[in-house]
Ligand binder design. Structure first.
Ligand code: ZN
Length: 102
């Protein structure tokens, strides 16, 4: 039985980062809605902050959604049509349960 703790630790780290970014998006979205229209589209600082936040968001979600299975090395939760990263507890390709050593 191989020790997969390092791979699962990376899996957990990516999931935690994605959840933090997702939760922290709520105030950003509120700010984007509440800011006056003139400030949203003409203030370079606001535009730069929103662009950086969006880039971080895309990076975090891509890392999380495209996690690879430690056993089969295919995407852990990606099927042809949808991604089940937030709900599945086993690999959609080989059936490895999340956080298990095999
Ligand atoms: Zn697998």
């Amino acid at each position: 039985m191989a020790d997969q703790s390092a791979r699962w630790a990376e899996f957990r780290k990516r999931r935690r980062f994605a959840l933090i970014v997702l939760i922290a998006s709520v105030p950003w979205l509120g700010l984007a809605i509440l800011l006056p229209r003139t400030m949203k589209f003409h203030d370079p600082l606001v535009g730069a902050l929103m662009a950086v936040w969006f880039a971080v968001w895309v990076y975090a979600m891509a890392q999380f959604l495209l996690n690879r299975c430690p056993r089969c090395a295919k995407y852990f939760s990606q099927t042809r049509l949808l991604n089940l990263a937030f709900v599945n507890d086993q690999c959609v390709n080989c059936g490895l349960h999340k956080y298990s050593n095999w």
